[in-house]
Ligand binder design. Structure first.
Ligand SMILES: Cc1cc2nc3c(=O)[nH]c(=O)nc-3n(C[C@H](O)[C@H](O)[C@H](O)COP(=O)(O)OP(=O)(O)OC[C@H]3O[C@@H](n4cnc5c(N)ncnc54)[C@H](O)[C@@H]3O)c2cc1C
Length: 457
């Protein structure tokens, strides 16, 4: 007899998890605080998109949706860098033509997962039902509807996929002394605001379609990802306080216009609604959440952002959440209905990887904001692209994380950081990459990696 499963949160992770469990024959009740995003417009109608890459695609492949997701995505082959006062240039994500990331609509992907989950016939979706508490001793979820009515749901197994502000995690933390529940939340001084580059004439793209655009500046940056309708979702990553900050610009139209004209002159002509968007859209914070354990009693498990929210600079939060589902699925295949073993092994296996992607994402904030302007970093990046292009077995750190779903985040982090150090040192000693014999660089890297791996084992 399969267990009676409850999932709290029908976002990206919860919907994929529900779909996979339903495909395996579980009967599932999903409780979602918000209305059904397929029926009402959420987020004030803004198009919000995400970079979907190999780890996320692996999760979608598991449920048979990889091709369907790719069909509503736009491939992004690299970063289009818009320096201030200099020519725009393109930095490929990988030396292999087959490696690219995909821009996909968040609500579009979420809706696809919910549709597919419903089709299984094993899922009941309960919208406008907010989890207020989990009573772990009694195996009950306390729920509240939009009118304030309280109800209780009895579960055999409960999954908390209710995002960074997880109520399931909060319920766990209330038992912190008996559970020895560790929790940390590390905010960046930088927050974000979504803006837009609308489509051009006849739904055309006003700037290069197949790229993730970055305008790196001192202490802040702006990025843009393409949408199918020709528009770009633009995100300004900006300090909350200081000389150039949300606080400094306040709600002052003149300051806002002057700031964008000074720092993003090439983008402004493409942003006709800039000032209106700036006022209308919230300034939100960014943080990393680490916590442990993720289960109270092997009958509960938090996954996705609820367990490990990361800052968005590696484009991996959703991908990591989908990988959570893949890992859980592998353990279900191994342990059958033995959820004690599944959850125990999941926690042990997944925690180092979740910590790794949290740390990598913070590192990448500084890389995207600052290092993309550094000539040494530019030479190092050129070297790694040549290595990837000539040697199919070579994966730079970015590629280990993004395009190599068969190694763990933790392994990608340790090996990738080591390779970075070797290549940065090399790049400091040269001024012209075209004069470098790349086969010698590969031989040096192989040698050093051999020593590095020998030390690790
Ligand atoms: C600006 C930004 C850009 C990003 N870009 C990328 C990217 O390019 N690539 C990438 O991989 N990741 C990206 N991410 C991260 C990604 O959005 C998250 O990692 C991902 O959404 C996590 O999915 P989740 O299902 O765990 O949480 P969520 O998507 O947050 O879903 C949680 C769900 O739970 C519901 N919920 C919350 N509380 C309750 C409650 N009490 N009861 C019931 N339901 C509840 C919510 O309404 C929501 O539907 C980005 C994040 C941000 C902030």
């Amino acid at each position: 007899m399969k267990k009676k499963v409850a999932i709290v949160g029908a976002g990206l992770c919860g919907s994929l998890l529900a779909l996979r469990l339903a495909q395996l024959g579980y009967q599932i009740d999903v409780f979602e605080k918000r209305p059904d995003l397929r029926k009402v417009t959420l987020d004030a109608g803004r198009s919000i998109n995400l970079a979907l890459s190999d780890r996320g695609l692996k999760g979608l492949r598991l449920v048979g949706l990889e091709d369907a997701a790719k069909a509503i995505s736009i491939p992004m082959h690299g970063r289009m860098i818009h320096p201030k006062g200099a020519e725009t240039y393109f930095m490929k994500y990988s030396g292999r033509e087959t490696d690219y990331i995909n821009s996909i609509s968040r609500p579009g992907l979420n809706a696809m997962l919910l549709d597919e989950a419903e089709k299984t016939g094993n899922i009941k979706l309960h919208f406008n039902q907010s989890c207020k508490n989990v009573l772990f001793e009694d195996h009950k979820i306390q729920l509240q509807d939009v009118n304030g009515n309280i109800s209780y749901y009895d579960y055999d197994l409960v999954f908390g996929t209710d995002g960074a502000g997880s109520a399931v995690r909060t319920s766990m933390s209330k038992r912190s002394s008996s559970l020895r529940f560790n929790f940390s939340q590390q905010y960046l001084d930088t927050g974000y605001k979504e803006l837009e580059i609308p489509a051009g004439e006849n739904g055309s793209f006003r700037i290069e379609k197949n790229a993730l655009h970055i305008w790196p500046r001192d202490g802040f940056m702006m990025i843009a990802l393409p949408n199918l309708n020709g528009s770009f979702t633009v995100t300004l990553f900006f300090p909350f306080t200081g000389s150039n900050s949300f606080e400094y610009l306040g709600q002052d139209d003149e300051k806002i216009v002057q700031f964008f004209n000074t720092h993003f002159p090439s983008a402004v002509p493409h942003m006709p609604d800039l000032v209106e968007d700036y006022h209308q859209n919230p300034s939100s914070s960014l943080g990393t959440i680490k916590c442990f354990p993720w289960s109270v009693d092997r009958r509960s498990l938090i996954m996705g952002d609820a367990a490990h929210a990361v800052v968005p600079f590696y484009g991996q939060g959703m991908n990591a959440s989908f990988e959570d589902v893949t890992v859980l699925d592998e353990l279900m295949a191994k342990h059958g209905e033995d959820w004690d073993s599944i959850i125990t092994e999941y926690d042990d296996k997944r925690k180092p990887d979740a910590d790794a992607i949290g740390d990598l994402a913070v590192d990448n904030f500084y890389e995207m904001r600052d290092a993309t302007k550094d000539p040494v970093f530019g030479r190092k990046r050129a070297l790694e692209l040549q290595l990837e292009n000539l040697y199919p077995d070579y994966y730079a750190k970015y590629s280990l994380v993004t395009f190599n779903e068969d190694i763990s985040y933790h392994e990608a982090m340790t090996q990738g950081r080591f390779q970075d150090e070797v290549l940065m040192n090399f790049a400091r000693g040269i001024d012209d990459v075209s004069k470098v014999d790349i086969s010698k660089v590969k031989a040096m890297m192989d040698e050093k990696l051999k020593e590095f791996k020998a030390q690790k084992s």
